[in-house]
Design a protein around this ligand. Structure first.
Ligand code: B1M
Length: 212
């Protein structure tokens, strides 16, 4: 079994200590951080997600797997973020109102910081008004919204509408993402950019901040 498969297996069992040890071992052996993230941690979390959907595991098992995932991600963080990169722009990010999923949002934040963007993290369960007031107060170039639930993705449309009502729609870009989000949805709510994963989100954000 490859080391990334071992990481995935242990993450699925919520074995935080083993996941940390294996991630560190993979790093020490020279495995790339993106490969450890994608083939190890995220692969394991996808299996848990499928089992959750099929009622083969329940919230407590998902939570311990999420804890193990976070522990592994923390070890990868310094490798995914390059030091000393000059800020290319400022964004605020959050998971929308009613939604507590933050692992993907945290990955997007990490990748954006790695590309030299200044990121204001609003956390989870963020009201549309909070995105707007933060963007205004901090002169953000982009508002980034994450949603993992079909029941909360509609809040992204409210963020776009709130930005319009506040008169800042022409000054701020709005990026959306998360498992249920699609390009069609992004177009339908009038957001500016959809990306399916954290690395593409960071690339797109740099493009949006540097193009005038
Ligand atoms: Co939840 N949950 N959950 N959950 N959970 C899902 C999302 C679900 C798909 C599981 C399933 O049924 N298969 C399902 C949603 C169904 C639906 O709406 N269609 C679900 C449900 C139903 C629920 C509850 C309602 C369960 C309940 O209580 N009955 C509940 C809701 C709580 C709430 O939010 N109000 C709930 C709770 C939880 C936990 C708390 C137990 C835990 C969250 C812990 C945490 O985040 N701290 C949890 C988890 C872990 C999951 C799964 C298993 C994994 C999510 C995850 O972290 N994936 C998930 C199943 C799945 O997705 N396979 C599931 C790893 C992460 C890296 O991926 O977040 O997709 P993701 O991020 C990706 C991309 O989407 C993208 O980049 C990331 C990686 O490159 N991305 C962006 C994300 N945001 C972006 C923003 C961007 C661009 C890209 O631009 C701004």
């Amino acid at each position: 079994m490859s080391i990334t498969d071992e990481i995935s297996e242990n993450l699925q069992k919520g074995r935080l200590k083993a996941v940390k040890e294996l991630v560190q071992k993979a790093i020490d052996e020279g495995e790339g951080p993106e490969k450890i993230l994608n083939d190890g941690l995220m692969a394991g979390m996808n299996v848990i997600g499928e089992k959750f959907k099929n009622n083969e595991v329940y919230v407590p098992e998902v939570l311990v797997a999420a804890r193990a995932m976070n522990a592994g991600v923390q070890l990868l963080k310094p490798l995914l973020i390059k030091d000393g990169v000059k800020a290319k722009g400022r964004v605020c990010i959050g998971t929308v109102r009613g939604d507590l999923h933050d692992i993907g949002k945290n990955l997007v934040k990490m990748m954006m910081e790695g590309k030299g963007l200044e990121v204001i993290d609003l956390g989870t369960d963020v009201a549309p008004e909070a995105f707007i007031s933060t963007a205004v107060e901090n002169k953000c170039d982009i508002i980034c919204c994450s949603a993992l639930l079909t029941t909360t993705m509609g809040v992204m449309g409210e963020v776009v509408e709130c930005a319009r009502k506040a008169g800042i729609r022409d000054n701020v870009k709005i990026m959306v993402g998360g498992a249920p989000i699609t390009q069609e949805f992004c177009d339908a709510i009038g957001a500016d950019c959809y990306t399916s994963d954290a690395a593409s989100a960071a690339d797109a954000a740099v493009r949006l901040c540097t193009q005038e």
